[in-house]
Every structure is written in C-alpha cells, then in structure tokens.
Write a protein that binds this ligand. Structure first.
Ligand SMILES: Cc1cc2nc3c(=O)[nH]c(=O)nc-3n(C[C@H](O)[C@H](O)[C@H](O)COP(=O)(O)OP(=O)(O)OC[C@H]3O[C@@H](n4cnc5c(N)ncnc54)[C@H](O)[C@@H]3O)c2cc1C
Length: 528
C-alpha cells in the first residue's frame, strides 16, 4: 500500500475509535481508522458486557451516572440488536451498609434513572439463584451488550459512509510540521509494510494507550491503567444483571451475557496496559464475591478468566492512590490549547456505555478546530442489523438453528454456529485468523472453549480460503494458545476435566505442536 491521505485519522479501534470514525464519516469527512490488532482487542474486547443504567455511579460519580443513563437510552435505540434487555437489580446483601440503599434511590432520582423497589421475595421469585438473605432489591434499566457486534456495527456504518477501516495497523510515529500533527507513520502488522497516512486532523482514541500515542507528538498525557479481572461461568446463573447495592467495590456485579454469566471485577493500578497478570488470589477473590451474590457459585464451572485495563485520565497522576477514586466520565484534550500542538485531540476515559457521546465530543472539537459546522447525527441512525429496533434475545440462535436443522451442519455446539454462518463470516471478514472469527461469531466461546469446534472450523477455513496447510496449522495453534491463556488460571473441577480432554484431542490425536508451520520470522521480531 502506498501513502494514504484523509481528513480525519482515528487511532484506536475500540468502542471509542469505532464511534469516532462513524461520527466523522456521517458528518461527511473522509476518514481512516487504524488499530494495531483486530477491532475491539484492547479494553473494549475485555470488559464486563454491561450497558450501565448509571446506577453504579449515582452516589460516587453523579455526572458519569447521568451520562450512562442518557447513552443507555440512545444505544437501546440505535444498537438494539447488540443489546439484551436483561434489566438490572441492585440488592442489599448482609455485607452491605443498609443505609446506602436510601442514598442510592435518591441518587437515581437526581440522575434521572428510573428505579423501582420490589419486595425481596419477588426478587427471589424472578432470580431464584441469588442470595436468599438479601433485604432490599431495586430494579433499574441495566442491560447486557455485545461488544463485537457494536464495534463492528459502527465500523460497517462508517464504511457505508466511505470510511476506511485498517485493523492490524500500528501507529509508529506522529510526524509534526511547525507544531502541527500531519498524520501518522503506520506498520501493517500482517505484512510488515510501513507507510505514511497524511491527515488534516488526528484523533487519539487509544484508551489506556493514549499517553503513549500523545507522547509521539510531544504531549504529556497521564492515563492510569486500572486493571480489572472477570470470570465467565458456564451457565446463566442469573438472567438479570445483579449488582450489590453499595459503593462500587470488587466483585459486586454479575452480568448474564449470551450463554454465560460474568462476575467482576477488580480495580488495581498497573503501569503497563499490555502486562495484565492474573493472580490466583484475584481469582479466589472473585469466586468468593460470586458466592455472596449467588450461594454455590464456587461449585459452578468457571470457563475462562481475563483482564482489561480501564483508561483512567488524571491531569496530575501522582496524587492518585486508589483508581476507584478517578471519575468514570471522559476527557477531551485539545492539544492546541493545552500543549501548543495543532490538529490533534485525545479522547479518553469514559465507559463503553458512553462511547457515542465521547465520539460526538471529539468530532465536535474537530469541527470547531477546522472552522466547519456539521451537526452530529449518530443518535438518530440505527447501526446495521439494528434497523428494526428489536433487542437480541437468548433463544434467537436456537430458533434460527431449528429452521435449518436438516440442511446445515452444526460447527460449534456451544454457541450454535452452523457451517453457513461460519463460511459467511470468513468471507465477510476476509480473514484466515480463527481468533478474528471467534470475535465475529463467538466461535469456541462456550464450555468446551473450542475443544470440539475448532478443528472443524480449521478444516472449513482451509478448504474455503484454499490455505496452505502450514497456514491453517498456524491459525489453529494460535487460537489454542490464546484460549489456553484464559483457561489456565482457573483450572479446577469440570473445566480441568474438559482441558484434559481437549489436550488429548489436540496433542494426543492431532499432535498440533509438531504440525508444520510457516516461518514467521520474516515479519515479526521472533528470536532466530
Ligand atoms: C475490567 C473492566 C470492566 C469494564 N466493564 C464495563 C462495563 O461493564 N460497561 C461499560 O460501559 N464499561 C466498562 N468498562 C470500561 C470500558 O471497557 C472502557 O472504558 C472502554 O472499552 C474503553 O474503550 P476505548 O476504545 O477508549 O479503549 P480500547 O478499547 O482499549 O481501545 C484502544 C485501542 O487502541 C489500540 N492501540 C494502542 N496503541 C496503538 C497503536 N500504537 N497503534 C494503533 N492502535 C493502538 C489498542 O490496541 C486498543 O484496541 C470496563 C473496563 C474494565 C477494565
């Protein structure tokens, strides 16, 4: 690829960057998004899956609470197909300060969050697995949201308006001329090719990495990565988002998302958003926390654990000791007024729930800097597949499957992925990476973690893309290694048995470790 040029270059392909590129394209700017990995492989692909009502923040961070509620309403409207309308409970358990509940209700009223108290008995009737010792329960409009569908929905919408989306393109440098950022030097991480992108304006939407990108233009930006871990359990232990009614703390939310329930999370200040170690103590802490909300939690099967890094912005980082004290609201930095660097803004902090608002603020600033008046319309137009305004529902894949029971093969039993859906995804994404396909159709995300479906998917990929067998082997091995990272820290009980079985299939029968693979050294910094 030779050099490219554009009006607006967006750095970062998480929810914020995807929102920004859509907003810019819809306002008629030519725009390019670059992301060093696949879309939503930073924090956005590693979060809890909760479309916040804002209830969590009503006492501690009322501004963030109101923003969440406003954007919750917008996303339900424009991204309905990505949302499961689970509703949310805030429950007072024996470990929670009973006085907090009244402050919570008052905070909901102030933030404009609809809240209704129901008797504890009614809460237990609706959610029989939750702790029978709860004393109060409040219902709020929390929901579960599919991150990959939302982010790719924004990317598809942006493409329809002429945007170029470049996953696997890493920004290496931001050239400046007379104090103005003029674009970026990027590297295609698949081929190793480096090239320049010239841009009228650059938006830094790189989340917890925003400080690293800003420093390429000589700007000093402090983003504290706040590490949080989450564990997916193999069933829907609850069908409603269940929060503890207390000040935000560790392990106080369970989100039912697709076929699993996710407990989270922690908040620990770390130095590097790329080095997120998960310790056995943290896993134990989450399982104990789950036990308080759903007695018997520890006996359930834990599927997978992962960690993400919150982008927490502070103008002066030194004073912060507890990352929970940093606002969950977002920050827009205009580097012209702040640092004397023109045509460059950073948008960071915030929540997944508020990404559209963050994008609007960023492109409003771009318009102001370029002296053009173009109104934002992202709250009015639905994302692709959400046009009918129908929420996703848990039974939808089963219903589709029943229609094609006799004329389509089932590739992934856990996530009910038929062959035709997988083939369509391979063609649409134009990828030979099984992990990209996992994010696209949830391949291998259920209880067997790819044990039964991934060798079938490799065969289908191999045939459809006419891959060299070495390339197919590499894709399979990469997938297995990625899955192993999430399984290894929680190996106990049934999941340990599953891992042993998977090991027999892949090492014992298929001997994947010794399957021939292409030489990767050409484009990657691998030891000789
Ligand atoms: C544990 C945890 C749980 C959370 N739960 C929730 C929740 O339930 N609900 C909610 O609303 N919010 C939640 N959040 C917050 C939310 O996930 C984040 O605020 C949001 O996803 C941040 O999105 P982003 O696009 O700004 O950052 P990211 O998703 O991190 O995107 C930034 C991107 O920039 C890319 N990048 C970095 N360097 C370069 C480079 N040199 N070149 C090109 N690209 C680069 C990265 O690869 C990354 O993909 C949670 C956060 C954490 C950590």
């Amino acid at each position: 690829m030779g050099g490219l040029s554009t009006d607006v270059l967006v750095i970062g392909g998480g929810s914020t960057g995807a929102g920004v590129v859509r907003d810019a394209a819809m306002r008629g700017f030519s725009t390019i998004l670059v992301e060093r990995g696949d879309l939503a492989t930073g924090t956005t692909g590693r979060f809890h899956g909760l479309l916040h009502s804002g209830g969590r923040y009503v006492v501690k961070d009322p501004r963030s609470a109101r923003e969440c509620m406003d954007e919750n309403r917008v996303l339900r409207r424009i991204a309905a197909d990505c949302v499961e309308d689970t509703g949310g409970f805030f429950v007072t358990t024996p470990w929670d300060d009973p006085d907090y509940a009244d402050r919570f209700v008052e905070g909901c009223h102030v933030a404009g969050i609809p809240v209704q108290e129901i008797p504890a008995g009614e809460a237990l009737r609706r959610e029989p697995n939750i702790n029978p010792e709860i004393s109060r329960c409040f219902v709020v409009p929390d929901a579960a949201i599919d991150t990959w569908k939302t982010v790719w929905g924004c990317a598809r919408s942006a493409k329809e308006d002429g945007a170029t989306i470049l996953p696997y393109h890493r920004v290496l440098a931001l050239p400046t001329l007379n104090g103005t950022v003029t674009g970026a030097r990027v590297r295609n991480e698949r081929t190793g090719e480096e090239f320049a992108i010239e841009a009228e304006f650059v938006v830094n939407a790189s989340g917890a990495w925003a400080g690293q990108i800003a420093s390429m233009a000589g700007c000093d930006v402090h983003v504290l990565p706040g590490k949080g871990i989450m564990i997916a359990m193999n069933h829907r232990l609850v069908n409603t988002v269940v929060n503890r009614c207390e000040m935000p703390a560790d392990g106080d939310i369970i989100v039912p998302i697709r076929t699993v329930s996710v407990i989270g999370t922690t908040d620990v200040r770390v130095t590097d958003p790329d080095a997120l170690e998960i310790t056995p103590a943290e896993v134990d802490q989450m399982l104990d926390a789950g036990e308080r909300l759903v007695p018997g939690f520890r006996e359930q099967r834990a599927l997978r654990v992962w960690a993400g890094a919150r982008p927490l912005y502070q103008e002066t980082a030194d004073a912060i000791t507890d990352t929970r004290d940093v606002t969950r609201s977002h920050t827009l930095l205009n580097h012209r007024t702040r640092d004397g660097v023109e045509r460059f803004v950073t948008i960071t902090g915030g929540k997944f729930t508020t990404f559209r608002l963050m994008a609007k603020d960023a492109i409003d600033a771009v318009c102001a800097e370029l002296g053009t008046d173009r109104p934002c319309t992202t709250d009015q137009e639905a994302l692709p597949d959400s046009e009918e305004g129908r929420y996703y529902w848990l039974g939808s894949r089963l219903a589709e499957r029943e229609e094609t029971l006799h004329d389509d093969q089932l590739v992934c039993e856990c996530e009910l992925i038929p062959r035709r859906r997988l083939e369509a995804a391979i063609e649409r994404r134009q990828t030979t990476d099984l992990d990209d396909l996992r994010r696209t159709v949830r391949l291998g995300m259920g209880p067997c973690q790819g044990g039964f479906c991934i060798y079938r998917a490799t065969g289908i990929l191999h045939a459809l893309k006419q891959l060299a067998s070495d390339d197919a082997n590499r894709s399979l091995l990469n997938f297995l290694q990625e899955r192993w990272k999430g399984v290894q820290p929680i190996l106990y009980g049934d999941q340990l048995r599953q891992a042993r079985l998977d090991d027999w299939i892949f090492q014992g029968l298929l001997d994947v470790e010794h399957a021939p693979q292409p030489d990767l050294r050409e484009h990657q910094d691998l030891p000789a």
